[in-house]
Design a protein around this ligand. Structure first.
Ligand code: ZN
Length: 425
């Protein structure tokens, strides 16, 4: 019997990844918060003056009472995120941390409303974050987009102001609108005007739902809000009919397993609906939610799922593809980037198979998908369904180069833009 390929942390780190659900104010580095607090004369709670003390003060990675309790940590991070410099740095460092663990595309979300305490205007806030992200692109090649959040427990009028901001910055770094905040007792329908404004201007919309409230909240997000994606959707499994609707319409679910355990949206990691959703065919992908508050990374999330749910290489490939497919990248660019990411993944599998003297269990679904990909490239269009050998003839180096090239395709053209043609790989 052939030896089965072991999915290692190194493999996960090196596979191309996305993070579409990550909050800027929940994902700073501890050291950065300490440095900024000192510089700005901000007093941190419990006299926190070391990374260890600060981690304790914000209950980093600890199980909270509920979502509202979890959100308290953000008061601390936000206390040092009121200047352009801090926002630039938070955005740059978040993108840098992602790039260094193989994330190729990231959509970062935040609410400008929470960064105005010292008088910053909305456009200045969006520009500062954008500048940090652009610097990360220049240095690491990581693709990014901003998502502007309305907040459930703040007024609908403020959501409308943020929706206007979102529309104004469409194609200027902002790729979508979201509704975040305390879900319980704050229904999405109250913010319908904001949703209508963004959709009426052809802006992408995602809404946090089914995390701290039942499937009714997801129903409202989709049917009243018109959401194109759902943040979490943890409790979707409680309503089979809606679950089928979400599946039939390929509405992506942004799954954040560790965060769901921390906020008690899920009793335990093992009881998370992810494996059910994945096997049922829902378009699910993995996300961190808050790298700092949840004490996680994309690699950690994948690893935890591999261990808890015994995911095989086929499952990983599916999750990866879903991440790229669910992104708010323009379709033509997305198509090329996703295909390039698959080529890197397949070449990486081949390298690990050789290194370990083992065979990856891909599952029939992946074998079929790869066969279809090959067939669509062949002149007679014949679909071969025999198992994929893993030897596509493309070297890992070439595949990685092609992915980096694809990252530079401009947002409204299939071809790489001239000025960005030279990229670091
Ligand atoms: Zn979230």
């Amino acid at each position: 019997m052939e030896k089965k390929l072991k999915i290692t942390r190194e493999f996960i780190e090196r596979m191309p990844k996305t993070d579409l659900h990550v909050h800027l104010d929940g994902s700073m580095r501890l050291e950065t918060i300490l440095e900024l607090a000192e510089k700005q004369g901000v007093t941190l709670p419990d006299g926190a003056d070391t990374p260890e003390k600060l981690a304790k003060a914000i209950h980093m990675g600890e199980i909270c009472e509920d979502l509202t309790d979890y959100l308290k940590a953000f008061d601390v991070t936000l206390s040092v995120m009121q200047t352009e410099e801090a926002l630039y740095r938070a955005a740059f460092e978040l993108a840098e941390d992602n790039a260094l663990e193989g994330v190729k595309y990231m959509e970062v979300r935040y609410s400008p409303l929470l960064h105005t305490e010292q008088g910053l205007s909305f456009p200045v806030i969006v520009e500062a974050v954008g500048e940090g992200l652009r610097e990360a692109k220049r240095r690491y090649g990581i693709m990014t987009g901003q998502i502007i959040c309305g907040i459930r427990h703040i007024t609908p009028e403020s959501s409308l102001r943020l929706a206007e901001l979102c529309v104004a910055f469409k194609h200027k770094g902002v790729v979508g609108f979201d509704l975040a905040g305390a879900e319980m007792n704050n229904p999405a329908k109250d913010h319908r005007e904001a949703f209508y404004l963004v959709r009426n201007n052809n802006v992408n919309l995602t809404i946090h739902a089914g995390e701290a409230y039942g499937p009714e909240s997801i129903h409202q997000a989709i049917h009243i809000g018109g959401a194109h994606r759902i943040g979490h959707g943890t409790r979707l499994r409680e309503d089979g009919d809606l679950l089928n609707y979400v599946n039939d319409h390929r509405i992506p679910l942004e799954i954040c397993p560790t965060s769901n355990v921390q906020t008690r949206a899920c009793e335990s990691f093992e009881s998370h609906p992810l494996p059910f959703y994945l096997s049922y065919g829902l378009r699910v992908s993995l996300h961190t939610d808050n790298r700092l508050v949840t004490d996680t990374t994309m690699t950690d999330e994948y690893m935890a799922c591999v261990e808890a749910f015994d995911l095989n290489i086929g499952d990983l490939r599916k999750l990866m593809i879903n991440g790229f497919k669910s992104s708010f990248m323009p379709y033509r660019k997305k198509r090329t980037v996703t295909a390039s990411a698959c080529a890197v993944f397949d070449a990486l599998v081949a390298e690990f198979e050789e290194k370990q003297g083992a065979v990856a269990i891909r599952g029939p679904r992946v074998a079929q998908e790869i066969a279809i990909q090959k067939a669509s490239a062949s002149p007679n269009g014949a679909i071969e369904l025999e198992p994929y050998s893993g030897k596509s003839g493309v070297t890992l180096k070439d595949a990685e180069y092609n992915l980096a090239e694809a990252s530079n395709i401009s947002d409204d053209s299939k071809k790489p833009s001239k000025k960005n043609e030279k990229v670091s790989t």
